[in-house]
Design a protein around this ligand. Structure first.
Ligand SMILES: [Mg+2]
Length: 258
């Protein structure tokens, strides 16, 4: 185990607070010189907002320890479609990250639609994106999650928006974030490790654990988030290990590493 990939919501944080063991585990990883990367599909926030959230939870994140599906999408487009004229269906602060990376985000004459977790979604944006897709624009989505958990209950996320565009336009996107191997490859490249040397820890079978399976990482499920133990029966993306929370992952890693 040369590196850990840690999901954020339901694994590291619950709302604004660190989940049990999160701070101690990260402190231990740093002391052992084992790199980690916080990975989230949630593109409703900018990188700086995510770093501030981890900082407020006492986790002292370094910028290089964060990798969002927005980062993975920016890297993918920069590598494969650097000239794309992008219509971004996403919040204003995410647009800042795209522009800071040198991508061309436009309001008119776009040839590419990128769908993110747009918590500022309007009908005008839906209309523009739908017309572009019908004209044949390339189509990308930062991640496929159908809902986003909140303390009050699940609310529509990118996967729900995708269903609408599929119904209206008959188009499905290239998805970049978890569970796609694209995001795993980007994370492994950042950490400088091979897939078999990395451990993915997450709370969602369909994204975190499915990505671990597809990309050849060890997959650890924590039960501190959206998945209950009884959901494991019959699930297609089975984890290699199941733990209550990061405190239990820490106990296991301590004995496994030594
Ligand atoms: Mg999660």
């Amino acid at each position: 185990m040369k590196a850990f990939l840690l999901d954020i919501d339901g694994t590291t944080l619950l709302g604004a607070d660190p989940l049990p063991g999160a701070q101690a585990f990260v402190t231990w990883l740093r002391a052992e010189g084992i790199p980690h990367l916080w990975m989230t599909n949630n593109t409703s926030r900018s990188r700086s907002a995510w770093l501030a959230r981890l900082e407020a939870a006492g986790l002292e994140p370094r910028p290089e320890e964060l990798y969002t599906s927005g980062d993975a999408t920016i890297e993918y487009l920069g590598a494969h479609h650097p000239e794309a004229r992008i219509y971004l269906v996403g919040p204003q602060e995410l647009r800042g990250d795209f522009e800071a990376a040198g991508l061309n985000v436009v309001e008119a004459e776009a040839d590419t639609v990128v769908l993110a977790y747009d918590v500022e979604l309007t009908y005008a944006k839906i209309r523009t994106a739908a017309l572009l897709l019908q004209e044949g624009a390339a189509f990308f989505a930062t991640h496929p999650d159908v809902t986003c958990p909140t303390p009050e209950g699940p609310i529509p996320d990118v996967g729900s928006f995708l269903a609408m565009f599929e119904l209206a336009c008959g188009r499905t996107p290239v998805v970049i974030g978890k569970p796609e191997a694209t995001m795993a490859a980007g994370a492994l490249a950042r950490l400088g490790v091979e897939a078999h040397e990395a451990v993915m820890v997450g709370d969602r079978l369909a994204t975190d654990l499915a990505m671990a399976r597809r990309a050849g990482l060890m997959g650890c499920l924590v039960l501190s988030g959206v998945t209950a133990q009884d959901e494991l029966f019959g699930a297609t993306a089975q984890p290699d290990h199941v733990f209550a929370d990061l405190a239990a992952v820490h106990d296991w890693a301590r004995t496994a590493v030594v």
